[in-house]
Design a binder for this molecule. Structure first.
Ligand code: ASP
Ligand code: MG
Length: 424
């Protein structure tokens, strides 16, 4: 059995960060006496840079030159870590696949090419981390997660096939060496049943750690972050934000649903289903307690504030004063679902239905145009959605001072406001 740890891009953003990951892992393995299974994201902003390379393949920009800048940057990290020539060759082997894909990119579907190229960030990061851990004499195995996590063929937002993944994991476990300190693998990426690389959606590495915990029946997983734990608000925006020591699965899933960025929304379900504890801890000060998420009921939470930008508020009214009935709502929701548009808040009145939605700009605009053929539409883009869980009067007063509230919806535990951002 392993203890599962996940390190995101910020925790492996340069050579110094990789040294810090290694020192955390040495402590963990020593103090717990159990090997660590380490899930790692692409280093720093590599995923964003690789996305640009993919875009470049379809827009006559110098994709290959941009890929070479990324490769060069990885080689510099290898040098700063003092790793030998063999590691440089391994890094080249990883990225050479990208060069081949770029040559033929125009021939294939965008989302497929995206997954083949963007996945290289995770493979490179895990290769370098693995080589560094070996260099400091930890017995380290490299696991290609694409041999374990199997998905359907929805490139860029693949759905996990649990049974084939469980089978692949059991098969791997029955043959792998148990005499290791650490196994390093990749977050975010997976593969189809015929071994084509897929990805689980941006920021999906947390979900990978949860999938592995589920498949392994692990007791806990630890996600290392550049914040002290899960906070009551974004400390960059609300300086009085405080760390939450403990959360229930239910509160955590609600928070991610409302847009809290600290853990990927899909992470909680597999953990809750098998009662696996999740610990979110500070990468910079590993000695301090982070946030523990489990099934223990919490009597009282402080107000928790979650904000999300890039919202559209869309008011849909009937043209002839008929009531907005069930069949109208069915049409509207079918179109929203078909276009993968996320509904964040909604309300209906006699002749209108108002929704606050977010998602890809072009699909929302297509939705507005299509629905506008049948209904009267008023749409306002670029709004901010503020959600407060466990609200009280004083927190709302401070939060809303000066804001123009366009829409409000409340239940006993949650209040939501759609506001015009103040800063522009
Ligand atoms: N590297 C991927 C991303 O930046 C996955 C992750 O970091 O979780 O989206
Ligand atoms: Mg990331």
């Amino acid at each position: 059995m392993y203890n599962i740890h996940k390190f995101g891009g910020a925790s492996v953003k340069n050579a110094q960060a990789i040294r810090q990951v290694a020192s955390i892992l040495v402590d963990q393995v020593k103090s717990q006496g159990i090997p660590a299974l380490v899930v790692v994201s692409a280093m720093g902003r590599t995923t964003n840079k690789l996305e640009k390379v993919v875009d470049a393949c379809y827009s006559e920009q110098p994709a290959l030159a941009w890929l070479h800048e990324i490769i060069q940057w990885h080689h510099e990290v290898v040098d700063k870590l003092g790793l030998p020539e063999t590691t440089h060759s391994k890094v080249n082997d990883v990225f050479v696949e990208g060069e081949w894909i770029i040559e033929d990119a125009g021939l294939d579907e965008f989302n497929y090419v995206y997954d083949q190229i963007v996945a290289l960030g995770e493979i490179a990061a895990s290769t370098i981390l693995c080589e560094y851990l070996r260099a400091i004499n930890l017995k380290t195995d490299f696991l290609d997660i694409r041999d374990i996590i199997k998905t359907d063929e929805s490139f860029r937002q693949a759905t996990v096939l649990w049974d084939p993944s469980q089978k692949a994991l059991n098969q791997w476990w029955s043959t792998t060496s148990k005499q290791v300190d650490i196994v390093v693998t990749q977050g975010f990426i997976a593969s189809t049943l015929d071994n084509r690389t897929t990805t689980l959606g941006r920021e999906g590495s947390d979900f990978t750690a949860a999938i592995l915990a589920y498949l392994f029946d692990a007791k806990t997983i630890t996600i290392w972050k550049d914040v002290p734990g899960i906070m009551t608000a974004d400390p960059n925006k609300i300086p009085s934000a405080q760390k939450l020591d403990q959360l229930s699965y239910l509160e955590a899933i609600e928070m991610t649903y409302y847009g809290a960025k600290v853990i990927h929304p899909k992470t909680i379900k597999p953990l809750q289903n098998k009662q696996i504890e999740l610990i979110v801890k500070s990468f910079d000060s590993p000695q301090t307690n982070g946030t523990i998420i489990n099934d223990h009921p919490i009597v009282e939470y402080p107000p928790i504030i979650i904000t999300e930008d890039d919202q559209y508020l869309i008011k849909i009214s009937t043209l002839d004063f008929t009531f907005v009935g069930e069949h109208h709502l069915a049409t509207i929701f079918k179109l929203l679902a078909d276009k993968h548009i996320k509904v964040n808040v909604m309300k209906n009145s006699a002749i209108s239905f108002t929704v606050c939605v977010s998602g890809l700009k072009n699909t929302i605009e297509a939705f507005i145009e299509e629905i506008g053929n049948v209904y009267k539409i008023e749409a306002i883009p670029a709004l901010k959605l503020i959600t407060v869980r466990h609200y009280n009067h004083s927190v709302l007063k401070d939060l809303l001072s000066g804001a123009e509230v366009l829409f409000e919806e409340k239940s006993k535990s949650t209040i939501q406001y759609v506001v015009r951002p103040l800063d522009d």
